[in-house]
Design a protein around this ligand. Structure first.
Ligand code: BG6
Length: 500
């Protein structure tokens, strides 16, 4: 039987920001509705705005109504808000933190506290310092945890600097570095799929797999995050975190157990086996581009350079693709292709595994010009499914073939948001779906050489970034990463895929 959850206070810094409003509060509401929160847990929202209870309650009602599955349940909402309070806090001011500490250490509140930094990353070190100096990270009297969103640093050095700041007040197991992709149902299913089905393991290696593609395509642009995004770009925003996590789950060795440290050890080992790109391979094995105006889902979409907060002539990539090689026994010579883009034709995240061609000689006496490799497709969103494409004979007298698929749809009516499970894990103290510091470092080591090369390209006024039309499947030239004849990006979960 699971041990009951510890009572605690859940503090959200940046409570009036987008993430807290769109994701965190609705997730906590849903957990409460499911009866999963500790009975007396309190939620303290912390922000810069003045405390006007009536106003923020109205806002909270709207935010939660917008997301509540099956509509807002008044009884649940009214019980939920009795947990919630607000505290105005100036993050640069020690007195404000003292007031926060006075609030949190009131006798009737639990001495276990989780602090969620739903803040711009440049504030992480300062807020950890302020909390440390007020003694709020001291675990003498109960647990103290912090949750930070990606990006953790903006390159290897800055990630190390940030870690050093954290080290002054925190030990590793107090830190929960969140990657919401690890909270997604199909991403977790990937582990079950790999390690609970014996039939896959013998095939899961370079003898049978030709290459792997991991795609994250979005129809949305940068929304109101211009200043963040222009600094970050697609490589930092998606690949350094979410896509490298997906890659490590697909490719890692079976962990000793599903315990957090065993799982994270295997992911780190895998990331360490990735061959770092050199000046030469960055040129041949990476690709970046930026969207121009177009139409997405029939509606006009502005170009990246016309988006709010984007400086004239910005060369920041909104599309990034790369090819990585894993230098270990299992994956030698099996390229892993990663790509992500904003304002693409469809919202789709999937992992596509292409098996090798069977030996054609077997069919040499029959007409056979259409032999296709098997594909295993793992849809992450919006479709959550597993699909195996196999070649079968077409009914009839001729020896003709066709591709058919075995499809398991794991779409779940009652789909939970990734944050629900992750927030519960923080309260439970389970790190399995959070990144360890060496994992973050290792991911930056993979991405850093690309960042350095791309920075040089951006600074070169004689070169300009490739563009693609909003609503397309991205620049055609991204195909250059494939070296084999006939290979290309897989656009769809369906065999008869079509581009644009
Ligand atoms: C975030 C990125 O981490 O992930 C966003 O900062 C991106 O730019 C988002 O849109 C994608 O998440 P999801 O769950 O919608 O695929």
């Amino acid at each position: 039987m699971k041990k009951p959850l510890d009572e605690c206070t859940f503090v959200i810094f940046g409570a009036t920001g987008n993430l807290a409003r769109i994701k965190l509060m609705p997730a906590l509401y849903h957990l409460d509705e499911a009866g999963l929160l500790p009975d007396h847990m309190k939620i303290l929202r912390v922000g810069r705005r003045e405390d006007n209870r009536e106003e923020w309650l109205d806002e909270l009602r709207t935010d939660i109504s917008d997301k509540a599955r099956g509509g807002l349940n008044e009884a649940v909402f009214s019980a939920f808000i009795s947990r919630v309070d607000y505290q105005q806090t100036n993050l640069n001011d020690a007195e404000s933190f003292q007031a926060l500490s006075d609030y949190l250490t009131q006798e009737h509140l639990s001495s276990n506290i989780a602090f969620y930094f739903s803040l711009p990353p440049f504030l992480y070190a300062d807020v950890a310092n302020q909390l440390g100096q007020t003694g709020l990270l001291n675990e003498d009297n109960g647990w103290r945890r912090i949750v930070v969103e990606k990006p953790f640093g903006s390159d290897l050095n800055s990630a190390r600097d940030l870690q050093q700041q954290f080290d002054k007040h925190l030990v590793e197991n107090q830190i929960y570095r969140i990657d919401h992709y690890l909270g997604k149902e199909t991403v977790q299913n990937l582990q079950v799929f790999r390690f609970a089905n014996l039939l896959l393991e013998p095939l899961w290696n370079h003898n049978y797999i030709d290459h792997v593609q991991i795609t994250h395509a979005e129809t949305i642009g940068i929304e109101s995050r211009g200043s963040y995004y222009d600094e970050a770009g697609a490589l930092r925003d998606m690949i350094q975190s979410h896509l490298l996590q997906l890659l490590s789950l697909v490719a890692m060795e079976p962990p000793v157990s599903m315990k957090a440290e065993d799982l994270r050890d295997e992911k780190v080992k895998l990331l360490r086996s990735i061959t770092p790109l050199t000046d030469e391979t960055v040129v041949t094995d990476t690709f970046r581009a930026q969207y121009t105006a177009g139409k997405v889902g029939g509606e006009g979409a502005t170009g990246y350079l016309q988006e709010e907060g984007i400086p004239d002539g910005s060369q920041t990539e909104t599309y990034a693709a790369l090819k990585l090689q894993i230098n270990n026994w299992r994956w030698r010579h099996v390229p892993f292709y990663l790509r992500t883009g904003k304002r693409l034709a469809e919202k789709k995240s999937m992992i596509a595994i292409c098996f090798r061609y069977p030996p054609k000689q077997f069919f040499k006496t029959v007409q056979f010009d259409d032999l296709k490799p098997n594909w295993l497709l793992i849809g992450i969103q919006p479709d959550e499914n597993l699909r195996m494409e196999i070649t079968v004979k077409k009914p009839g007298l001729e020896m003709e073939t066709q591709v058919m698929s075995l499809n398991t749809c794991i779409n779940n009516e009652n789909k939970k948001d990734a944050y629900e499970g992750l927030l519960l894990d923080v309260i439970e103290g389970d790190h399995s779906l959070f990144l360890r510091s060496d994992e973050v470092e290792q991911s930056w080591k993979i991405v850093d050489p690309i960042l350095r090369h791309w920075e040089k390209q951006k600074a070169d006024v004689s070169s300009s970034i490739t563009t693609y039309r909003a609503g397309s499947w991205g620049p055609k030239d991204a195909q250059k990463l494939f070296k084999k004849e006939g290979q290309d990006w897989r656009f769809s979960l369906h065999p008869d895929q079509a581009e644009e």
